[in-house]
Design a protein around this ligand. Structure first.
Ligand code: ATP
Length: 697
């Protein structure tokens, strides 16, 4: 049955959510202003209209979630003001004759300024990032929601959108309208009695008429709005089979028997009315065991605009002094917003509800290293109408936070049981875990340390955990050694750990400054101290401290080198750690590794603060390899010669380069190397062998 044309007298219009005047009355209203979209918005709309055409369905999810958000806001504001909010609902009406689809809500609505601001520019992340991401996946409509361009997705199916809205805080009603090509107009509709709300009318494109069909709308709304807390009502047909008196048959029957009973017949009646299509039972209130994976998946996708399934689901209720229900998801991929800035404030997606009322998603329900988690907390005891600051400090919130962190840690540690899953997790969220290990203390830090992975001299392309490292440690060994570097290869090739590698003592290789900060913060794992291999004297590692500390036959060379390199080294001594390299630079216990020096210097530049110059703190020690031919030659040579001076400089520069330090004067280094190359004798060209001509028959 074809759905009817909607006229003013149908139940639909009578019970309109937003009590507006008829359309002609609206049109007669006053002055209209014309606006241009910001350049960014224009670009996004262009992308939406031209490239995102493969899954147009999402427009309905976007517009219905905006409508439900508006209802959420109104409910919250009404409670805060001590008023009862009137019936909150969202209504969807298709008119196949006019080719319009209308989405109405009785939410907060928008004032004129809000209309211009919210629907004139991109709400959140901006087009640049949007367009960049689309570069890789030009057809991925799921990105729309993630970029906060939800409203504009309406243009996937509509040539024109008209938004009529009345704000909770204003008596005036305004209409926004745009064909997405030539900016938008806003006009005032004059005073209209009644409550706030928004009505969006889409002029549906010729080739999108399926979105005017009841079956399509019902299917999509079921998918997208099942978990929304307000009634989502679709204007739909209802067929009833009623018994009616069959006059004709009754008359006939009574001709032969005047006392015959009325004859009835069954008739089909089709009525149109609004029908609630969602169950409105929040998922998190249901007993965890009764919610299956596909329900979680649907909920996760619709509540958090995700496009893949969650990696893990954490669903629990806490009873007792503090009561709340929580539902958290570990995402499978890094949420888009975090691509640009790993702690983007807008990326926080933990929603706080108090007794089923949405409060907001801006609370720090989790420490910042868990910013990637998505979820909902519904508290029974938090006050509904208290300011954010007070609530943020409340003890109850502290209890909730601790519990959420604990449950998250349990889930991560459970993930470790599945190597493939954990690899994926670590690739996406490893840096958050590391930041957590730096910022947390006590048991939480210990648990985070268990989740950390690092490259090592024995791990190859895989990474190792502290506990795997400890299992491989020699008996009685007490130190977990690490070395930072610009890259894994650079650390691996550093002369500082040559002998450790030769003697099979494992060293963690840390290619990022954060890794080193993590090791320093953790300090100790299962009683084994974490020690920087370039700072430690390694006495107990090599077990050969019988050799005394003095520099023996090299005493004079060491003192001379110290004088030569006075501004760059704090001391010069014979080394126990070297195998092939002639020399290495090492740091004292309180020194700073080259990686850390560079990191601090970069921070100082970035922040332009008092740390500037900090990178130069402390001088390293130059350690010499007594078995190296160049060191032996220097020791036996004339230290007053220019050649000895050059060799001393080169010795230092090579040690600095291989250790990951930056050369202070690269030109001087190049000059010396060029001079050396000049002394290299390259054998003369070999006589070319006469080539025998091939005989072609
Ligand atoms: N039905 C509505 N009622 C009231 N305000 C609305 C409605 N629809 C949109 N808005 C306002 O317009 C803004 C922009 O909406 P849009 O969907 O483009 O982005 P968003 O909802 O903020 O971001 P996201 O889509 O990522 O949630 C919203 O933040 C809201 O303030």
């Amino acid at each position: 049955f074809a759905p009817p044309r909607i006229v003013a007298t149908t139940p639909a219009a009578k019970s309109s959510v937003l009590p507006l005047r008829s359309e002609s009355a609206l049109r007669s209203a006053v002055a209209e202003e014309t606006f241009e979209f910001t350049a960014e918005t224009d670009r996004v709309m262009e992308i939406i209209i031209n490239s995102l055409y493969s899954d147009k369905d999402v427009f309905l999810r976007e517009l219905v979630s905006n409508a439900a958000d508006a209802c959420d806001k109104k409910r919250f504001l009404s409670i805060e003001a001590g008023n009862a909010a009137d019936a909150l609902r969202v209504r969807i009406t298709a008119d196949p004759d006019k080719k319009t689809l209308t989405i109405e809500d009785s939410g907060v609505g928008m004032s004129r300024d809000e209309l211009v601001a919210n629907l004139g520019k991109i709400a959140k992340s901006g087009t640049k990032a949007f367009a960049e991401a689309l570069g890789d996946a030009p057809d991925d409509v799921n990105l729309i929601g993630q970029f906060g361009v939800g409203f504009y997705s309406g243009y996937l199916v509509a040539d024109k959108m008209t938004v009529t809205t009345k704000s909770m805080n204003s008596d005036k009603t305004h209409t926004w309208s745009s064909d997405a090509k030539s900016g938008f107009t806003v006009r005032e509709e004059g005073e209209i009695e009644g409550s706030s709300g928004t009505r969006i009318v889409l002029d549906v494109k010729e080739d999108c008429s399926e979105y005017l069909e009841e079956a399509t709308l019902r299917r999509l709304l079921k998918r997208y709005s099942e978990f929304l807390q307000f009634p989502i009502e679709l204007y739909a047909s209802k067929t009833t089979y009623d018994d009616e008196v069959d006059e004709e048959a009754t008359k006939k029957a009574r001709e032969s028997d005047p006392d015959a009973k009325e004859v009835t017949k069954s008739v089909t009646n089709v009525k149109f009315d609004y029908e609630v299509v969602n169950s409105m039972k929040p998922l998190w209130l249901r007993p965890p065991k009764e919610v299956n994976a596909s329900e979680h998946s649907e909920f996760y996708k619709s509540a958090f605009r995700a496009f893949d399934d969650p990696l893990r689901t954490i669903h629990f209720a806490l009873e007792g002094q503090v009561q709340f229900k929580a539902l958290m998801y570990v995402p499978k991929s890094l949420p888009f917003e975090l691509n640009q800035n790993m702690f983007d404030e807008n990326a926080n997606s933990m929603k706080l509800y108090v007794k089923r009322v949405f409060i907001n998603d801006k609370f720090d329900l989790l420490p910042r290293w868990l910013v990637f988690m998505r979820g909902i907390v519904d508290s029974e005891d938090l006050p509904l109408n208290v300011g954010r600051e007070i609530l943020q400090k409340s003890k109850m919130l502290g209890v909730i936070q601790r519990r959420l962190v604990r449950k998250s840690l349990d889930a991560f540690s459970d993930l470790q049981k599945n190597a493939t899953e954990y690899d994926e997790f670590w690739k996406n969220f490893g840096k958050y875990i590391k930041v957590g290990a730096v910022e947390e203390q006590g048991d939480v830090q210990k648990d985070l340390a268990k989740l950390c992975r690092f490259y090592s001299t024995k791990s190859g392309d895989d990474q190792t955990t502290f506990s795997e490292y400890i299992e491989r440690m020699p008996q009685n060994a007490t130190k977990i050694l690490y070395l930072s570097g610009d890259s894994r290869e650079q650390a691996l090739n550093s002369p500082v750990i040559q002998r450790l590698i030769k003697t099979d003592y494992e060293v963690l290789l840390l290619p990022e400054a954060l890794d080193e900060i993590v090791c320093q913060a953790i300090g100790e794992v299962d009683g084994k101290k974490l020690v920087d291999a370039s700072k430690d004297d390694l006495k107990d590692v090599f077990d050969d401290d019988d050799e005394d500390e003095d520099n023996g036959d090299f005493e004079e060379l060491c003192s001379w080198l110290k004088l030569q390199l006075e501004d760059r080294v704090s001391s010069v001594k014979l080394s126990k750690r070297l195998v092939d390299a002639p020399a290495a630079l090492t740091e004292g216990a309180f020194g700073m590794s080259p990686t850390m020096r560079k990191y601090m210097a970069a921070q100082a530049v970035a922040q332009e603060d008092e740390f500037a110059g900090f990178g130069g703190a402390g001088k390293p020690t130059l350690e010499l390899n007594a078995k190296s031919s160049i060191v032996v030659a220097l020791n036996n040579g004339d230290l007053t010669s220019d050649e000895a001076e050059d060799a001393a400089e080169l010795l230092f520069d090579v040690a600095a380069l291989t250790g990951g330090y930056e050369l202070s004067d690269a030109t001087a280094f190049a000059t010396k190397v060029t001079k050396l190359m000049g002394q290299t004798e390259i054998p003369p060209k070999k006589e070319a062998e006469p080539v025998e001509a091939e005989v072609v028959e």
